[in-house]
Design a protein around this ligand. Structure first.
Ligand code: ZN
Ligand code: ZN
Ligand code: ZN
Length: 366
């Protein structure tokens, strides 16, 4: 089950252990993770009040009550309370807490307007991050969550597999990007979260989006794409293509990157620190003389958010555990010339690692 009702009870135990009195969760992935309720963040207050003990309350605008009641949230034992437009909803938070509290954990991505309103409504309560208790839960994926990520991985692989239909010399990055966005939806995603088509010199900017640059013969093109599936789980995969014959210098460092990304994936197994997965790629790239050109961490966790814990970065000594899912995406970027990145989502398993993006990582010449 993707959103099992027992998560609320598990979270309550963690809330107690962390010395918090309650979690306050506005719409976003934390709320969805605990209740299955997928609500949009708006100026009207929607807030799950999860006390350390006892019943949880979901405060919603009256017009969203039917949607909240139709969601999986009531099935998890959550009581739904509504407020009318024109009334102040924040006293309902205080009421749901049943008395003064010392410390509350707020959803990590709550809007500042709500953070400050909650500070005024609960002036005695210290505000901390709900991520203190929820990030450790969310980064250990259940088999159902891994299955949802596997489905997302297959969907984005299906888009990369069609790249030859769209990516060619004479078209702009934006034209190619529009075709890719349509294909991301056609492959089963609910939303297109990002489309990077970085051709030629734009490939040296890791988070380039698209532009009106016309793709030239011989251009290397970095294509990094992702979306969110109806399950709520995200995809994210990068392949680098060559439109015709790539420059020799590029092919040389692509081989380095190819080997480094493979070594990094192969380093994933239970008990290994996240930092060593980063080091596996980084040391090979540095040994080949491109250390300065690999200017970001190797990866990020993925789940209901496109970027979440665990981060695959130097200094993160978190030991990997089965169920942790994250990207392995080293890159080499030569400013003014071109760049390359290879990105797969992988999951740590009892026996080692499973790649959730299964396409070849060899350079594809189109
Ligand atoms: Zn990125
Ligand atoms: Zn990516
Ligand atoms: Zn990524």
């Amino acid at each position: 089950m993707l959103y099992p009702p027992r998560r609320l009870a598990d979270a309550q135990k963690a809330v107690n252990a962390a010395g918090l009195d309650a979690l306050l969760l506005t719409p976003g992935s934390d709320l969805r993770y605990l209740t299955g309720y997928h609500a949009h963040a708006l100026e009207r207050l929607t807030c799950l009040v999860l006390p350390a003990q006892g019943e949880a309350t979901l405060i919603v605008p009256r017009l969203e009550r039917p949607a909240a009641e139709a969601s999986p949230a009531p099935g998890t034992g959550v009581r739904v309370v509504d407020h009318e437009d024109g009334t102040d909803p924040y006293p309902l938070v205080r009421k749901a807490l049943g008395g003064p509290v010392r410390a509350v954990g707020l959803a990590d991505r709550m809007w500042a307007t709500q953070v400050l309103a909650l500070r005024d409504a609960l002036p005695e309560a210290r505000q901390r991050l709900a991520g203190e208790v929820l990030a450790p839960m969310r980064m250990r994926k259940s088999p159902a969550e891994v299955a949802a990520l596997r489905e997302a991985g297959a969907a984005i692989d299906a888009v990369h597999a069609r790249m030859g239909e769209w990516l060619r010399a004479g078209r702009t990055e934006a034209e190619v990007g529009a075709d890719i966005a349509g294909a991301i939806r056609d492959a089963g995603h609910d939303t297109v979260d990002f489309v990077i088509v970085a051709s030629g010199p734009n490939g040296a900017s890791p988070h380039h989006a698209t532009s009106d640059r016309v793709i030239q013969p011989g251009d290397p093109v970095v294509v990094d794409i992702g979306g969110t599936m109806p399950s709520g789980y995200c995809s994210d995969s990068t392949r680098t293509y060559a439109v015709g014959a790539a420059p020799r210098e590029f092919s040389d460092y692509y081989e380095v990157l190819f080997a480094a990304q493979r070594a990094s994936v192969a380093a994933v197994r239970p008990g290994v620190p996240a930092s060593s997965v980063d080091a596996a790629a980084r040391s090979m790239i540095a040994d080949a003389g491109y250390g300065e050109a690999f200017l970001h961490r190797t990866g990020h966790g993925i789940g209901l958010d496109g970027h979440e814990e665990p981060y695959i970065v130097a200094g993160n000594d978190l030991p990997l555990e089965p169920g942790m899912a994250f990207s392995v995406e080293p890159g080499i970027y030569l400013a003014g010339r071109h760049g390359a990145r290879i990105e797969d989502i992988v999951v740590c398993t009892a026996g080692g690692v499973e790649r959730l993006n299964t396409l070849s990582t060899s350079l594809v010449e189109l």
